[in-house]
Design a protein around this ligand. Structure first.
Ligand SMILES: C[S@@+](CC[C@H](N)C(=O)[O-])C[C@H]1O[C@@H](n2cnc3c(N)ncnc32)[C@H](O)[C@@H]1O
Length: 418
């Protein structure tokens, strides 16, 4: 094992946190800022038993493009990050490479997680990227530390300010500029500042736990987004989850509707339904949909969304998915042909997995924003190679969060023998 603090290493892959992966004497070294195919002098920042972490110490000593690339599974083309605070700010992880290469690696991360964790070697479709992958967010959770307003750094609670965040619309950036002096007068104590933008481009902000902070003239007491080709109008109130990328929200919904492949008369459960986006879309082909969500505001938004869109074959249940699955309503109501799950990043709890294994619906459609928890849950639900209960089909990654390490994924699990 090398004792030195400074080493010369070459990266042969990109880890799912955006760091370059190198090997030194059978030890894996994750290097911040190093891309596959590149060699550099790096400084070790953390030593663990199984791996080390390091950062590029100086100039890249070699950026090998051709020849002699043993062990390099794929490269990445280095790009000058357009954002001046990239590298310090925790908002983006991948601005130092071309967009096409970020898509290549995100798809690879999904595949690797399914093979390594779920032990299922399935085809992963080409990831659906964006034509223009900038200024896509309709929401930002920023931090005010008493004097600065911005994103946190990657691994700490230090605030990094920006002049023009390229993930946010110009209107949201204007709002940040407007807010700084306003916050400085009013509040010294740290707090979260949430910005949200509706389809008309109107920007709202909410500070800390106060709902509906004043923007120039408007209070944020609710807003709507029209979901492109899907012709759904989705309303949302201040404290509910909404997919952050408005354009890709439509891609996600179309993909879920296509992959679900519903038959007339099918019954669908939309678990973790938020304001009802996926379930409302699926009502078009289903007999009945039941949405389950624990955030009471989201449930009332979802019911209002059903009314607003003239949909009457959906009902929403307020409460935890765990509670619903253990309830009489789940046991005695219509049996689901398809169960959609779209849990938070941590994935499904053990209780939910146990209930689903017991109910054994013909199809489970898993929408995930974290390949590792998706793969863990796929394994627990019985998608592994040995004695599989479910076969995994149609793994469709979607680039919902360009320039970050995150990737959305839609996976259909069909009961074996169906
Ligand atoms: C990733 S979001 C999905 C929302 C929705 N499917 C959509 O596309 O807009 C996860 C949702 O699950 C809800 N949630 C988290 N844990 C839950 C639980 N144990 N039971 C019910 N809902 C939960 C959150 O409030 C959030 O609205």
């Amino acid at each position: 094992m090398p004792e030195r603090d400074v080493l010369t290493v070459r990266a042969h892959a990109l880890a799912s946190d955006g760091t370059g992966v190198a090997r030194v004497d059978n030890l894996v070294v994750f290097v911040r800022g190093l891309l596959p195919g590149e060699t550099a002098c790096v400084r070790v920042t953390e030593r663990r038993k199984k791996y080390w972490r390091a950062e590029v110490a100086g100039q890249l000593v070699n950026n090998t493009r051709e020849g002699g690339l043993d062990n390099v599974t794929a490269q990445a083309s280095r790009m000058a990050p357009p954002c001046p605070v990239f590298g310090r700010c925790g908002g983006c992880d991948l601005q130092h490479m071309s967009y096409e290469d970020t898509l290549f690696w995100k798809r690879r991360w999904v595949k690797d997680a399914l093979v390594r964790i779920a032990k299922t070697d399935v085809d992963v479709l080409e990831i659906i990227g964006m034509k223009d992958p900038w200024r896509y967010r309709n929401k930002a959770v920023l931090h005010w530390d008493g004097s600065s307003l911005g994103w946190f750094t990657a691994n700490s609670h230090e605030v990094v300010e920006f002049d023009d965040c390229l993930l946010l619309s110009r209107g949201m950036n204007d709002m940040v500029r407007y807010l700084k002096p306003y916050l400085a007068v009013g509040a010294a104590e740290p707090s979260e500042v949430v910005l949200r933008q509706d389809a008309a481009g109107k920007v709202y902000w909410i500070k800390g736990s106060e709902a509906g902070g004043e923007s120039e003239s408007s209070r944020f007491d609710g807003s709507r987004i029209e979901v492109g080709d899907s012709h759904l109008s989705i309303g949302f109130s201040p404290k509910v989850f909404l997919q952050v990328n408005t354009e890709q929200m439509d891609t996600l919904l179309r993909c879920v509707m296509a992959v679900a492949d519903l038959r007339e008369g099918d019954v669908v459960w939309d678990l973790y339904c938020g304001v009802g986006l996926l379930g409302l879309g699926l009502t078009r082909c289903a007999r009945a949909v039941v949405g389950v969500e624990e955030n009471a505001d989201a449930v009332s938004d979802a019911s209002e969304n059903a009314r607003h869109n003239g949909i009457d074959n959906i009902e929403f249940v307020a409460g935890s998915v765990e509670g619903f699955l253990a309830s009489d309503q789940a046991a005695l109501g219509l049996r689901p042909d398809l169960v959609v799950v779209d849990p938070p990043r941590a994935g499904l709890s053990r209780d939910v997995v146990e209930s689903l294994r017991h109910i054994r619906p013909a199809k489970i459609l898993y929408v995930s924003c974290d390949p590792a928890s998706l793969a863990r849950d796929a394994g627990r639900l019985g998608c592994g190679a040995d004695g599989a209960v479910y076969g995994v089909r149609g793994v469709q990654p979607i680039d919902m969060f360009p320039w970050t390490r995150h990737v959305e994924c839609v996976v259909l699990m069909s009961r074996v023998g169906e």
